[in-house]
Design a protein. Structure first.
Length: 306
């Protein structure tokens, strides 16, 4: 059964220079995450350029990932659709694919009100027995899932977790105070990750983990062990990189970081374009300066429970 706990990378989708899925590069990235000890893999999120993928490409990514991971960690598929019917169809089709659960965004494009949003999530939840994480990101998607709305969603037994990208740390405490462990809460904003974990977040849906999996997992594990000062030292080094996650071009920025660490490619799908000029120089400078001062990480026994 899917355990909503730990580091779940929102994995990037790799493309060739000819705009085709680059499965070998994609699986190389997945392998780097597994080697670092992540606790789950999330496919087809914003960072995965889901809005530009065809349904067939999503099916290919699911199959390739599930086959490669072989149950070592759960694989979670993102559902981000405009129509409830389409979202339910995708959930139903993916439920027998080996996917362990879903991360569901509110309706795309249309700014649904509270009643519509709750109905949307409820209809999707009722179309599958698999567990669901709600992606709460009012900054980018303009719909806030409030604590009161989560109260109504408790009637859905398989809505079990939330990726909190509200950028309001009080939201995490409100969720824990109201619901205890009814909902597992994941920090969803990289430059607030340590703060979220220290406040009791159950996990971290991470972006820069795609390029720096070892450092991301180290911060999580150190916090779980109460070694806050050690986690803080790594986090302060990591912070300029983590800020790349909160920019409209986070996909290009993070993919450039993946190239720098040897586990990715830079190609993106239009309308995104690869970086050029001063912007590219600036991002490369952040990455290169961080690589020069990359910290030494603790070493854990591979048999240690993560």
């Amino acid at each position: 059964m899917l355990q909503w706990k730990g580091v779940f990378p929102a994995i990037t989708t790799k493309f060739t220079v000819n705009d085709k899925l680059d499965i070998p590069a994609f699986l190389k990235g997945v392998d780097a995450q597994l080697d670092a000890g992540v606790h789950g893999i999330i496919l087809g999120g914003s960072l995965g350029e889901a809005s530009t993928l065809t349904d067939y490409e999503k099916e290919v990514l699911v199959k390739e990932t599930v086959d490669f991971v072989q149950g070592r960690v759960p694989v979670v598929l993102t559902i981000a659709e405009q129509a409830t019917r389409k979202a339910m169809k995708l959930v139903q089709e993916a439920s027998d694919s080996g996917i362990a659960g879903f991360m569901v965004l509110p309706p795309m494009r249309y700014k649904s009100d509270d009643r519509e949003t709750i109905t949307y999530f409820t209809d999707i939840a009722q179309s599958t027995d698999l567990p669901i994480m709600i992606y709460n990101n009012p900054i980018d998607y303009k719909i806030m899932v409030t604590v009161d709305m989560f109260e109504e969603l408790t009637k859905c037994d398989n809505i079990l977790a939330v990726k909190d990208s509200t950028r309001d740390l009080n939201q995490l405490t409100k969720m824990k105070n109201r619901f205890g462990d009814r909902y597992k809460v994941f920090g969803g904003v990289d430059p607030l990750a340590l703060e979220s974990l220290v406040l009791g977040a159950d996990g971290w849906v991470a972006g820069l983990v795609c390029a720096f999996p070892q450092e991301t997992v180290a911060i999580y594990r150190l916090v779980q062990e109460g070694r806050i000062e050690e986690a803080l030292k790594i986090y302060r080094w990591f912070f300029p990189l983590l800020e790349l996650d909160i920019h409209p071009k986070l996909v290009q920025y993070i993919k450039l970081a993946e190239v720098a660490t040897g586990i990715g490619t830079e190609y993106v799908r239009a309308p995104r374009l690869t970086l050029v000029g001063e912007e590219r120089k600036h991002v490369l400078k952040v990455i290169e300066e961080s690589l020069i001062s990359r910290p030494e990480l603790p070493v854990w026994d591979r048999q240690t429970v993560q």
